[in-house]
Write a protein that binds this ligand. Structure first.
Ligand code: T46
Length: 140
């Protein structure tokens, strides 16, 4: 799979009772089957999480409360940053993308929808390995 990072804007359904945002598997906004979800909260001030890439796992990240910043490095070395600060904003990460999560607000809850079950062998946790795999043409 080609490396891809895409900002996703969900439709907010709202009425006098409040707001609702839908994530539906195998849709334009969530283009994979969701096999797992997890969320990150109560982060230590100043912490940086992530610092890895995946071989296969595709993910959609949504900060459902508070805010955090996603920093992404593509196989060609280009970098971009995204601030997730509203529950209708998501970030889709697919393919070989080195990513870090940082600048969490105190109330941040980062929800992650994943295409794969947890498998530590799917992680590239060394940046040197990431650069080597990227230089060799990416994930086979
Ligand atoms: C990612 C970013 C956005 C499990 O046992 N099962 C799981 O499904 C997950 C996600 C983690 N773990 C274990 C592995 C570690 O011992 O929980 C511990 C913390 O995981 P990790 O250090 O990988 O957490 P983050 O926040 O750095 O990364 C996580 C995801 O692991 C990763 O896939 O892309 O969030």
């Amino acid at each position: 799979m080609l490396a891809n990072v895409k900002e996703v804007q969900f439709l907010v359904k709202g009425d006098e009772r409040g707001k609702l945002v839908i994530q539906e598997a195998l849709s334009d906004l969530v283009p994979f089957e969701i096999k797992r979800s997890f969320f990150i909260f109560d982060t230590t001030p100043g912490t940086i999480r992530g610092r890895h890439a995946h071989y296969r796992n595709r993910q959609l990240l949504i900060c459902v409360s508070g805010a955090c910043t996603l920093s992404c490095e593509m196989p060609d070395g280009s970098r971009s940053s995204y601030r997730l600060d509203w529950p209708d904003k998501g970030l889709l990460i697919e393919g070989l993308v080195w990513h870090e999560m940082k600048e969490f607000s105190k109330d941040a809850v980062l929800l992650v929808l994943a295409s794969e079950h947890y498998d530590e062998s799917d992680y590239i946790r060394s940046h040197e390995d990431f650069k080597r795999i990227a230089a060799s043409g990416g994930v086979p």
